[in-house]
Design a protein around this ligand. Structure first.
Ligand code: TGC
Ligand code: FAD
Length: 401
C-alpha cells in the first residue's frame, strides 16, 4: 500500500500470499477485509473437512449457512436484495478464497449468488425479488440453475424443455442435466421455451408435483459438490413465477457472464493452494542430499507456476476494474475464465509432480484440486467454447452458426 510515497508492507507476508507483483496494493481496505475474512473461514470450516467429504463424495451442506454469514452469496448485489453491497473486485477475491479451499465450495456460492439470485434480481418482478432474494441471501433457501440438457450442453439454444399455457399457470415438460445443487435445492431457476418458442426463465419450488431432481453418481471431480438432474413431467407452475424481465438466450447467458467472472478469480485460489503446497514441499523434501527445490528442474516448474499465477492475477484485476465500470464484455470474461482455469489446471499438474508419489494422496490438496478443475474447465462454457468466443470477437466471424 502506498502512503506519502512510502511503501507500507502488505498485511500478511508475501510467502503466504504469493503476491509477486504487489496486486494487493491495488486492493482497497474493504477488499482485503473481505478476502481475509473468507480466507479465515475457509481455514477454519473447509480445510479440516474437505478431504473427507471429497473421499466420501458428499456435499457439506452445513456450510450453506456459513457461506451466507460470510457474505459469499451475491457479494456485489444490493444489500436490500440479500446481497453484500460490495463491488466486483470484492466478489472476485471472495471467490478466490473459496476456491483456495475447494472448487465445489466456490460452486455452491457461484450458483446461489450469480445463477439464482442474480437472474431474480436482474429479471424478476418486485414481488419475486422480495419473496426469494432475502431467503437466498441468508441461506434459508438453496437454489440451482437449470440450463444444460442431456442433448444440449454447449448449445443451449437447441433446448427442448418447454411450457404451454394453462390459465393462470403454465405446464412444463422436459429435463435438465448436470445441475449443481439440484437434489438439495429449494428452488430452481429453469430456462425453457415459452409457447412462442422463445427462451424464458421460471422459478420452481421443490414441492411442485411432477418435479424431481435425482442425484448424479460416479463423479471423480467436484466430489464435495452435489450434482443432479431436473425432471419436469407436466409440472404446473404459477405464471407469477415466470421471470418477466427477459426473453431469449441472452437471459441465461448474462447470468453465465456473472458466474464466469467469479470463476476467473476462483481458479487463482486453487492454483495458489497448489503452488503454496509445492513450494513448501520443495524446501522440505530431500533427495540426493539436497532439498528438491535446489534442482533446476524443480525451480523451472515453480518459476513458471508463479509467473502464470501472477499474469492471471493481473488479468482479473483489470477485468474487475472494467466490471466495476460496467464495461467488462462477455468476450473479455470468456478470455479470463479460459485462461485462468487452464492455468490452474497446469499449476496443479506441475505441483503434483513436485510432490512425487505423495502428490496423489489426500495428505496434500493437489489431486483434489486437479480433479475439481477438470469440471471447472468444462462447466460454464468449455475451454474450447471460450476460445471460439474469443475467435469470434477478434475476427467478427461466428464459428457457431
Ligand atoms: P448467440 O446468438 O451468440 O447469443 C444469443 C444472445 O445472447 C447474447 N449473449 C450474451 N449476453 C450476455 N452474456 C453473454 N456471455 C452472452 N453471450 C451471448 C447475444 O448478444 C445474443 O443477444 P441478442 O440480443 O442478439 O439475442 O447465441 P448462440 O446460440 O450462438 O450461442 C453462443 C455460445 C455457444 C457462445 C453460447 O451458447 C454459450 O456460451 N454456450 C456455452 C453454454 C454454457 O456455458 N453453459 C453453462 C451452463 S450453466 C453451468 O455450467 C453452471 S456450473 C455451476 C457451478 O459453478 O457449479
Ligand atoms: P458438449 O457440449 O457435448 O461438449 C463435448 C465436447 O465437444 C467439448 O469438448 C466441447 O468443447 C466440444 N464442442 C461442442 N461444441 C463445439 C463446437 N461448436 N466447436 C468445437 N468444439 C465443440 N449446467 C447447468 O445448466 N447448471 C449447472 O448448475 C451445471 N453444473 C454442472 C456441474 C458439473 C459437475 C458439470 C460437469 C457440469 C455442469 N453443468 C451445469 C453443465 C455444463 O455447463 C456442461 O457440461 C457444459 O456446458 C458442456 O456441455 P456438455 O457436457 O453437454 O458437453
Amino acid at each position: 500500500m502506498q502512503e506519502n510515497g512510502v511503501h507500507k508492507s502488505v498485511k500478511t507476508d508475501q510467502y503466504q500470499h504469493h503476491d509477486y507483483y504487489g496486486v494487493d496494493d491495488l486492493l482497497s481496505e474493504d477488499h482485503i477485509l473481505a478476502r481475509d475474512a473468507v480466507r479465515d473461514w475457509v481455514k477454519k470450516e473447509v480445510s479440516p473437512i474437505i478431504e473427507d467429504y471429497t473421499e466420501k463424495a458428499e456435499c457439506p451442506h452445513h456450510l450453506f449457512k456459513g457461506l451466507a454469514d460470510i457474505g459469499a452469496f451475491g457479494p456485489s448485489l444490493p444489500v436490500e436484495y440479500g446481497g453484500g453491497g460490495m463491488d466486483e473486485i470484492a466478489y472476485g477475491v471472495i471467490m478466490q478464497e473459496l476456491e483456495r479451499g475447494d472448487s465445489g465450495i466456490r460452486s455452491m456460492a457461484s450458483v446461489q449468488g450469480s445463477l439464482v439470485m442474480y437472474p431474480i434480481f436482474r429479471f424478476g418482478s418486485e414481488e419475486q425479488k422480495q419473496h426469494f432474494l432475502p431467503k437466498l441471501g441468508s441461506g434459508e433457501y438453496i437454489g440451482c440453475f437449470g440450463l444444460t440438457e442431456p442433448d444440449h450442453g454447449s448449445n443451449p439454444s437447441g433446448m427442448l424443455t418447454h411450457f404451454v399455457d394453462d390459465g393462470d399457470h403454465v405446464i412444463l415438460n422436459g429435463s435438465k442435466m448436470w445441475i449443481t445443487n439440484s437434489p438439495v435445492a429449494d428452488i430452481a431457476v429453469v430456462w425453457a421455451r415459452n409457447p412462442e418458442g422463445k427462451i424464458q426463465g421460471l422459478i420452481f419450488e421443490k414441492d411442485m408435483p411432477g418435479f424431481s431432481a435425482p442425484k448424479i453418481h460416479g463423479k471423480w471431480s467436484l466430489r464435495a459438490s452435489i450434482t443432479g438432474e431436473l425432471v419436469f413431467e407436466d409440472v404446473r407452475v404459477p405464471k407469477k413465477n415466470i421471470l418477466p424481465g427477459v426473453v431469449g438466450l441472452k437471459g441465461p447467458l448474462s447470468c453465465l457472464s456473472k458466474a464466469r467472472y467469479g470463476i476467473a478469480w476462483g481458479a487463482i485460489g486453487a492454483a495458489l493452494d497448489c503452488y503454496d503446497s509445492a513450494l513448501r514441499y520443495s524446501k522440505e523434501r530431500i533427495q540426493f542430499d539436497k532439498p528438491i527445490g535446489q534442482f533446476q528442474l524443480t525451480q523451472k516448474k515453480l518459476a513458471e507456476m508463479i509467473t502464470e499465477i501472477t499474469k492471471a492475477q493481473l488479468l482479473v484485476w483489470r477485468l474487475g476494474s472494467l466490471a466495476n465500470e460496467g464495461n467488462a464484455t462477455p468476450a473479455q470474461i470468456s478470455m479470463a475464465k479460459r485462461n485462468n482455469v487452464h492455468m490452474a489446471l497446469e499449476v496443479a499438474r506441475e505441483a503434483r509432480q513436485i510432490h512425487g508419489g505423495m502428490g496423489i494422496t489426500n495428505e496434500y490438496p493437489i489431486m483434489r484440486h486437479m480433479m475439481n478443475l477438470e469440471t471447472v474447465l468444462t462447466y460454464e462454457g468449455t475451454h474450447d467454447i471460450h476460445l471460439l468466443i474469443t475467435g469470434m470477437d477478434v475476427t467478427g466471424l461466428n464459428a457457431f452458426k
